[in-house]
Design a protein around this ligand. Structure first.
Ligand code: ADP
Ligand code: ASP
Ligand code: MG
Length: 422
């Protein structure tokens, strides 16, 4: 008998019929003798609907007071889900009880809309499990030290599930979703994408941080830190399939760099449309200029991603960097009104219509020429590369947003991702 955590995403919880299926699947696992903790998301579309209502009434500039209320509102989606799932399980003849984040409690910091989990008190949950109940805990939400409701950022139910699994030392955390695993790239963009049977934790971390939204990045960080066995699998298989077959399906996030993984130079392609580019042109090329430009951006709490500084001509240089698109207007304003004039810039320009496409693979460590193959594939499609950033196991390029799908497809082909066997 093992303690297992199941997480079900919004589509998997999307209707009462689907919730009934989730209940039947969970009941199957419980009847096989496992202690079950289930972490569902809000029903699909619900979080967007709730935040949309809030937006209709919100002032232009978000204040901390507004952010608090956004979490108050968004957290209700998950509260409905857990109650419905508990009822569906009871209808299956199971004992089931649901809890919100504050009832567990799942304690977080106070960063509304992107709070971090600090601790989970599992006493109540353990007592229920010992009494033979299935315990259902809201994803996405927690409570801060002053008793305010917080949420963990979009896609945060993944993180709730993995954090609960870590805190309770669960044997495995199964993330049930609307695809049957982690693919070489988003199968919605490249239909030929192939499911990976395994992916290393490091690669999954890169894929998630570079834009693959199949797992929220913090859930992967938690899994790595606490060594939580993690699997991504489909909630759309018939609920009554053989439990052992189900337990082996999908994609396992591994911690071992096995031989097969080393053969695959590139394991996957990620993309991200959420960034914008800013360029400060004609600044003096002298020590301290990067700090002069980026210091005020950091002080304004704006995260910077890719950075390039061009070679200088006549002692002047251009400096470009990317930020999240949500921070674009604020960053541009800061550069135009303060930073640009302070460092005698000739001009400040911005481009929100960019995207970042990345190839990821631990095999890149031991292979040369991977980046140049990437650049060739893009040039053959006539795609101009605006910025490049590399690390040991990834190469990212910033390109015009309108070429994103073309670039992802071309790279998927260039690295033979449809053909490899894993
Ligand atoms: P859930 O509601 O279950 O949390 P999400 O929509 O957050 O589901 O994540 C699943 C989606 O992630 C898939 O439908 C797919 O379009 C997308 N996705 C992006 N990159 C990948 C990838 N590499 N492999 C699988 N799915 C991916
Ligand atoms: N319901 C939240 C969202 O839509 C959390 C999640 O689904 O993981 O972002
Ligand atoms: Mg998700």
């Amino acid at each position: 008998m093992a303690l297992i955590v199941h997480k079900y995403g919004g589509t998997s919880m999307g209707s009462t019929e689907r919730i009934r299926n989730v209940a039947k699947r969970v009941a199957k696992w419980a009847r096989a003798g496992h202690q079950m903790v289930v972490v569902p998301s809000a029903m699909s579309g619900e979080t967007n609907r709730l935040l949309g209502l809030a937006k209709e009434l919100s002032p232009e500039i978000p204040t901390p007071a507004l952010m608090r209320e956004l979490d108050m509102i968004a957290a209700t989606g998950e509260q409905v889900s857990v109650g419905l799932l508990a009822i569906a399980l009871q209808a299956e003849g199971m004992q089931a009880v649901s809890y919100t984040g504050w009832q567990v409690p799942i304690k977080t910091d106070s960063a509304y809309t992107k709070a971090r989990i600090e601790s989970i008190d599992d006493e109540r949950v353990r007592a229920d499990l010992a009494a033979g109940k299935v315990v259902i805990i809201t994803g996405f939400q927690g409570i801060d030290s002053d008793g305010h409701i917080t949420t963990l950022g979009r896609g945060g139910s993944d993180t709730s599930a993995v954090a609960v699994a870590a805190a309770m030392k669960a044997a495995e955390c199964l993330i049930y979703t609307d695809v049957d695993g982690v693919y070489t790239t988003d199968p919605r963009v490249v239909p030929e994408a192939r499911r990976l049977h395994t992916i290393t934790f490091e690669e999954m971390l890169e894929m998630a941080s570079l834009g693959s939204k199949v797992l929220q990045i913090r859930s992967v960080e938690f899994a790595g830190k606490y060594r939580v066995p993690l699997r991504v699998l489909s909630s759309f298989t018939p609920w009554d399939i053989d439990i052992d077959e189900e337990a082996r399906s999908g994609t396992l996030i591994t911690f071992e760099e096995d031989v097969k993984m080393e053969q695959a130079v590139v394991s996957g392609i990620a993309f991200n449309r959420d960034e914008a580019k800013l360029t400060v042109m004609g600044v003096p090329d002298k020590p301290g200029i990067a700090y002069q430009i980026l210091g005020p951006i950091a002080d304004a709490n704006i995260d910077i991603d890719v950075i390039i500084q061009n070679v200088s001509h006549d002692g002047k240089t251009d400096f470009s960097f990317t930020v999240h698109r949500n921070d674009y207007a604020r960053a541009l304003d800061l550069l135009k009104t303060q930073v640009g004039p302070a460092c005698n810039a000739a001009q400040v320009v911005g481009d929100p219509k960019i995207c970042k496409v990345s190839i990821v693979g631990i095999g890149m460590r031991s292979h040369v020429g991977v980046a140049s193959k990437m650049f060739r594939a893009l040039s053959e499609e006539g795609i101009n590369i605006q910025m490049i950033s590399t690390s040991e196991i990834k190469t990212s390029v910033v390109i015009d947003e309108k070429y994103m799908e073309l670039a992802v497809r071309a790279l998927h082909k260039a690295f033979d991702l449809e053909l490899q066997t894993t």
